[in-house]
Structures are given as structure tokens and as C-alpha cells.
Write a protein that binds this ligand. Structure first.
Ligand code: 6PG
Length: 256
């Protein structure tokens, strides 16, 4: 059975700052609505540098009425490095956002990149996020919102083109021995089924170096294209792309 794929919405902004401001307001609104409706809000944070301005913005305004005490924070992927090292995705999110907002520390679920072997850390995190897919039923997405970026090669989280992780359908978290782009350190990553188990997925993408990847992702059909792993993240709910004009330049009939 081909899982239902939700609609995709695109917002193109003049620059990363504009896309970041729009996404920050959207995330805060989704968080408030989720807590009103279900008493909690679970979000998966992306790694990389693109979201750092977003994290700083949410920290500065404490998220514009964001219900941090009812928020659960997860991570899309992690490098197998110490948690506060310069290459750690958790370390960056902690320094720029989580240390500055009142999210209860036990509700921040870190991928333990320092654990060896990495496969043990992947298994433990999979147990923490719980089973996915049919056992939970299509109507029970694991996360309320997943925030992702993409690399110039179309990867997302640490799911790289033509990698075993892009074809993973059973496990929710895997170890990645050989990432396709720097930093060339082993990684831990949520897989496309896990990243798709969300009420909503938001991508924040900026820069002309990603124009080819964005075009390739948008050309892929609803089943996704393993050459562009981000196209394999298709939740039953909404996917929203926040792009700057440079990254969106390869898309046909751009608004505005
Ligand atoms: C990582 C990220 C990765 C990132 C893209 C874009 O661990 O590096 O999870 O998927 O989102 O590589 O990175 P930039 O935002 O730095 O361009």
C-alpha cells in the first residue's frame, strides 16, 4: 500500500532572513495550536548552519509565546562527536536556542553521538521515539512537526543520495558510516519513514548552491527519488518549503 502523501506548499522570500522570520512565526503558531488541541508539541530539529538564525530568533523572542514547557524536542540527525563539540547538531541547538528557553531538560531528547558503537545509539533512540508505520497506524504520526534542511546534493538529515538509509523502510534510526558530504564523521540519522511520520514537515533552504537539489526534489514524484533523499520525506500531512529566491531559482512559474 503506497502511504498517503500530503500537499506541498512553497514560500519564496527575498533572502534567508525573510524566510527565517516567516518560519519562526509559523512554528510558534503550530506549537500553540498543537498544545491547545493535544496538550503537547513535539518538534524534530534539523542540523546544519541554515537554521541557526532561526534558533537565535526563537531564543531572542522566547518563540513569541511558544509553549516551551509542553514542547518535546528531538533531533533529525547527529554527528558521532561529543555533544558540545563544534560539529555537534545538539551542541549548536543548545547554544543558540535550548539553553535560552524554558523547555524542561528531560523533554530534550538528544541523539547520543558519543555512544559507541553508533548502531547502539541508533537502536536506543529508535526505542525512545517509539514504533512507526502500520503498528501505529497512518493516523498516528510520531511528531507534530519536523524541521529539515537539504544539502547541495539533495540529502536531508544524514540521509545521503543512493545510501542504504534512503531505502530504509523498517528502521526509524540508523547509523551512517560514510556521509556523502563534510563533516566526514560517522552520523546517526532518522530515516525517511521516521521523518515522514509527522503532521507537518518544514524545509528551510537558502543559497544558490542548492538550486539544483531543490529543482530535483520538486521534479520527483510522490514516491520520491533516491537521488534526492529530501524528496523521500513525504508526510501524510503538509510539507512547507521556506526558500530564499536564490535556492528557488530553478523552480518553474515562481510566485512574485
Ligand atoms: C547536518 C544536517 C544536514 C543539513 C544540510 C544543510 O547534520 O548537517 O542535518 O542535513 O541540514 O546539510 O546544511 P546547511 O544548513 O549547513 O547548508
Amino acid at each position: 500500500m503506497v502511504p498517503r502523501v500530503g500537499p506541498r506548499r512553497v514560500e519564496v522570500h527575498p533572502d534567508l532572513e525573510g524566510a527565517t522570520a516567516a518560519l519562526a512565526a509559523h512554528l510558534a503558531a503550530r506549537a500553540r495550536a498543537s498544545v491547545r488541541e493535544r496538550g503537547r508539541f513535539s518538534i524534530v530539529l534539523s542540523g546544519g548552519r541554515t537554521p541557526l538564525g532561526l534558533f537565535r530568533r526563537l531564543a531572542r523572542h522566547r518563540g513569541g509565546g511558544w509553549p516551551w514547557r509542553a514542547t518535546e524536542v528531538f533531533f533529525a540527525d547527529e554527528r558521532c562527536v561529543p555533544p558540545h563539540g563544534p560539529e555537534s547538531n545538539f551542541g549548536a541547538a543548545w547554544a543558540e536556542l535550548l539553553a535560552h528557553v524554558p523547555v524542561p531538560r528531560h523533554q530534550v531528547h538528544r541523539l547520543r553521538g558519543e555512544l559507541r558503537p553508533p548502531s547502539l545509539a541508533a537502536t536506543r533512540y529508535a526505542r525512545r521515539i517509539g514504533p512507526l508505520g502500520p503498528r501505529r497506524g497512518p493516523s498516528a504520526p510520531r511528531f507534530d512537526l519536523v524541521l529539515l534542511g537539504i544539502g547541495p546534493d539533495g540529502h536531508t538529515a544524514s540521509v545521503f543520495p543512493r545510501s542504504p538509509a534512503v531505502r530504509e523502510v523498517r528502521r526509524s534510526v540508523v547509523a551512517v558510516a560514510r556521509p556523502g558530504l563534510p563533516p566526514f564523521v560517522p552520523r546517526l540519522t532518522l530515516t525517511p519513514p521516521a521523518l515522514s511520520s509527522a503532521r507537518e514537515v518544514c524545509f528551510l533552504v537558502a543559497g544558490s548552491d542548492k538550486v539544483g537539489a531543490v529543482a530535483g526534489i520538486f521534479r520527483a514524484g510522490t514516491r520520491g527519488d533516491p537521488r534526492y533523499p529530501a524528496s523521500c520525506v513525504r508526510p501524510p500531512g503538509l510539507s512547507v518549503w521556506y526558500l530564499d529566491r536564490a535556492a528557488a531559482a530553478g523552480l518553474p512559474d515562481l510566485p512574485g
